[in-house]
Design a protein around this ligand. Structure first.
Ligand SMILES: *Cc1c(COP(=O)(O)O)cnc(C)c1O
Length: 397
């Protein structure tokens, strides 16, 4: 059955008059989130410590992980929630390096999100400097996978340009060369169809507060392929990843399968918001969501080509190489974006000169795109971004 996008839009609580093109950074709230969070608050209030058992809090990271698994082509029991994405990147990388002990190189690309690269650098330092992070241009990843590479660390969709890597091809090449793969799905999960099983990915990580709408600070997730689940050794060996945390053993024994990738106490209130947000995806086909997103992106690109030709498209034109966002470059990008936001069209800015716009069809439609084009067109035509108030940099851009 085709998706009724008007019906999915009605599930979101968006402020009147706002066109929200930033779901790629922080997804909006679903209408059921407050009630679900209030329920979790009442569980805390009434059950106190008993909530861990009676309200099932302790089982939620794996249970809700299974709901995410369905969206990324992973079988049940392979995904668990917890921590933030940066931490999960570190954890997956450390495990992968340990599984490929003769190799010393982590391969990533210059389009990767800095936190992923920083975590890799930090891990290399911790491991005593024999390890090295190598970054190449996104187009050069395939050819850079040689027999020195222990693990590839690639974010499938570039946070800045929206350029999409071919997960299947890169994973295949990595395996042929004896490397393992860590895929970052921050801009994939809930945005484009992902099939970790078909792609034969080894590890994957992602966040839930972008396209999965869990709210600011929502937990990250980690996937380990079933073939590695009993082998991978968590470097962040916290008590809740222990085989039997409540034995309070002095020594660490990894838990069964994906449970070992848990670290510490799960964020119960935030998981409640995520659980509510995941209801939206019941019966929703991600291939169709992505097709509709591409239609909206094309409408936007075409509109701005006439209305704002001074903005330079920084996203590939090929549908095969696109995720769910479109970026433009302009030297005054920061001020332009502030002027756009002041008109109720919310995107964001990424240094040095990128304006980002996300197209999430579950709550963005053709009318929204037409209005956004018109707002941006006017701002560019009249140069109304050129005001001191739009040039004041805030802490978060
Ligand atoms: C958003 C994002 C992050 C953010 O990591 P947090 O630890 O959740 O703050 C990391 N990596 C990528 C690729 C991202 O897009």
């Amino acid at each position: 059955m085709p998706i009724d996008f008007a019906a999915t839009k009605a599930l979101f609580d968006l402020p009147e008059g706002v066109i929200y093109l930033d779901g790629n950074s922080l997804g909006p709230m679903v209408k059921t989130a407050p009630a679900r969070m209030t329920q979790a608050l009442h569980e805390w209030q009434d059950l106190l410590i008993r909530g861990w058992n009676k309200a099932g809090w302790m089982a939620q990271p794996a249970q809700i992980g299974d709901r995410i698994a369905k969206l990324i082509g992973a079988p049940a029991g392979t995904v668990v929630l917890g921590d933030t994405l940066s931490i999960k990147v570190y954890q997956a990388l450390a495990s992968a390096l340990e599984m490929n002990p003769k190799r010393r190189v982590i391969l990533s690309d210059t389009g990767n999100f800095p936190s992923d690269l920083y975590m890799a650098e930090g891990l290399c330092r911790t491991l005593g400097g024999q390890y090295r992070l190598k970054t190449v241009a996104p187009e050069e990843v395939m050819s850079a996978i040689d027999d020195s590479v222990a693990v590839t660390l690639i974010t499938e969709v570039d946070y800045r340009t929206g350029r999409r890597h071919d997960m299947t091809d890169i994973t295949k090449r990595a395996h042929e060369m004896g490397a393992l793969t860590v895929w970052d799905l921050a801009h994939s999960a809930g945005a484009i169809p992902v099939n970790l099983t078909a792609a034969k990915a080894d590890f994957a990580v992602g966040c839930t507060y972008k396209y999965l709408n869990s709210g600011p600070g929502g937990p990250a997730f980690i996937y380990v392929a079933p073939r590695h689940a009993e082998v991978a050794c968590p470097a962040l060996s916290g008590w809740l990843g222990h085989e039997s945390p409540f034995d309070f053993d002095l020594g660490y024994r990894p838990g069964r399968g994906i449970e070992r990738m848990r670290v510490g106490t799960p964020p119960v209130l935030q998981i409640a918001a995520l659980d509510a947000a995941l209801d939206v995806w019941e019966g929703v086909d991600l291939a169709e969501v992505h097709r509709q997103s591409l239609r909206l992106q094309d409408q936007f690109i075409k509109g701005l080509e006439t209305r704002a030709p001074m903005l330079q498209l920084n996203t590939p034109r090929s549908h095969l190489m696109r995720g769910s966002q479109v970026s433009y470059r302009h030297p005054e990008g920061y001020a332009i974006m502030q002027a756009i936001i002041a008109e109720g069209v919310i995107g964001d800015f990424r240094a040095p000169d990128n304006l980002r716009f996300g197209f999430t069809p579950l709550y963005i439609d053709e009318d929204d795109v037409a209005r956004a084009v018109s707002v941006i067109g006017k701002i560019m035509e009249y140069g109304s971004w050129d005001k001191p108030e739009f040039k004041q940099r805030s802490r978060v851009t």
